[in-house]
Ligand binder design. Structure first.
Ligand SMILES: Cc1ncc(COP(=O)(O)O)c(C=O)c1O
Length: 396
């Protein structure tokens, strides 16, 4: 079946965070929202069909992640990466961020440090700080047109902080990386993992964007690298970003190490509810029957990436973007506009009339940047970039 990603889609009046929530967040009701990481495309036909069938049953009682759902996850990991996952390793969570929070709760003590690599998806900092931890940051380094890990500073981030008391017990790895769009190579993951394990830290690999990978790149699941990595990590996956199912809040923590699994379950017990019925239905359909749609989606998204890069280079050279290797998020370097954090934020909202994510929210290194979500019909992207061009031309 051929999907038409150019088809305009009106999401207003669906209580969409991105569209209906924009006015209150940005203080303006005539801006184009290109922020929250979901897509302005309907889901794959087999997912809709499975959901319709489930709804037609008419009963929505408590639901388990049954053998079919578990097998769909196991088969997905085997078929995509050759990673053999056992059914008992799977812990279903209603979203990745809540899972991250329980992981911090499970594997740290109050006062511990959690290692992150900024600029990074800002809830990583929230889940650490809100569980009583501190941040040990190893900022990414821009090398030419590509962000890289800084292994020297990563090493330092794991050394005891604050004298003898605080230790870095946890490393939250964003793989692929939101917002800079890197798909980490096996070599990079092995080096980072080695450093963390040598310092006795547990690695939490947030791989929610793991299937949004452009041609020529390959996602490597952290725990699939070796048995040692498997035993010292928790990998979070979900169909939510890949298949545009974020509102159904179904995700999976893959925890091979029995002790880590028990600690996670204990930390979550009494706090975390089960995954909702429709989320599980959608997850299974997506993993089993979503690939035809996904192949076409990735092709379309890659077209949007190229369109954006060309548009910026030719018409708005003051704003630069790194080319993402995966994800549908583009990291715009607006430092050439010479604005401070507040001016850039206000200008983007009130002059450009675009709702983007402010870069400074992603931690050190994010200042002067904006995150653009390109998962929308190209005409909308053209409109957004046109607004930016117009506003920049007024500054020249
Ligand atoms: C790296 C990363 N992790 C987690 C999430 C959100 O996950 P969830 O909605 O399942 O909590 C996002 C959403 O953008 C993300 O980019």
């Amino acid at each position: 079946m051929k999907y038409d990603f150019d088809q305009p889609l009106n999401r207003y009046h669906t209580d969409s965070v991105k569209w209906d929530g924009a006015a209150s967040v940005f203080g303006s009701d005539d801006l184009l929202p290109m922020w929250v990481a979901d897509m302005d495309f309907p889901v794959a036909a087999p997912i809709l069909k499975a959901l319709h069938q489930r709804i037609d049953h008419g009963v929505f009682g408590y639901t388990i992640a049954g053998a079919g759902v578990r097998q769909a996850v196991i088969d997905r990991m085997q078929n995509k990466y050759g990673w053999k996952v056992q059914p008992e390793w799977l812990v279903f969570t209603p979203g990745v961020v809540s899972g991250l929070s329980f992981a911090v709760k499970a594997y740290t003590k109050v006062g511990d440090h959690v290692v992150i690599q900024s600029p990074v998806y800002f809830p990583f900092m929230d889940v650490a700080v809100n569980n009583g931890c501190q941040i040990a940051n190893s900022p990414l380094r821009l090398n030419g047109a590509r962000y890289e890990m800084d292994f020297d500073s990563l090493q330092q981030a794991f050394e005891p902080q604050d004298g003898k008391t605080a230790r870095s017990s946890l490393y939250i790895l964003c793989s692929p990386h939101n917002p800079v769009g890197r798909v980490w190579s096996k070599d990079e993951l092995m080096r980072a993992g080695r450093i963390a394990i040598d310092h006795g830290a547990i690695i939490i690999a947030d791989e929610i964007h793991g299937e949004l990978i452009f041609e020529g790149r390959q996602h490597v699941p952290f725990a699939g690298i070796s048995e040692e990595f498997e035993q010292n990590s928790v990998v979070f996956i979900a169909p939510s970003k890949t298949f545009n199912l974020a509102g159904l809040a179904a995700s999976v923590a893959i925890i091979a190490n029995e002790k880590l699994r028990q600690q996670f379950q204990l930390a979550a017990s009494g706090f975390m509810g089960g995954v909702n019925t429709l989320g599980l239905t959608a997850l299974e359909a997506a993993f089993r029957e979503g690939d035809e749609w996904l192949t076409q989606l990735l092709d379309y998204l890659h077209g949007n990436v190229r369109f954006t890069l060309d548009f910026l280079a030719q018409r708005i050279p003051e704003v630069k973007a790194v080319e993402p290797e995966g994800t549908y998020l583009m990291w715009l370097d607006c430092t050439g506009l010479g604005m401070d954090i507040r001016s850039l934020r206000d200008w983007m909202r009130h002059q450009v009339k675009l709702g983007l994510n402010d870069g400074y929210m992603f931690g050190p290194g994010g200042e002067g940047h904006q995150r653009l979500n390109i998962a929308c019909p190209r005409a909308l992207l053209r409109e957004a970039l046109g607004r930016l061009e117009q506003a920049v031309s007024c500054l020249r």
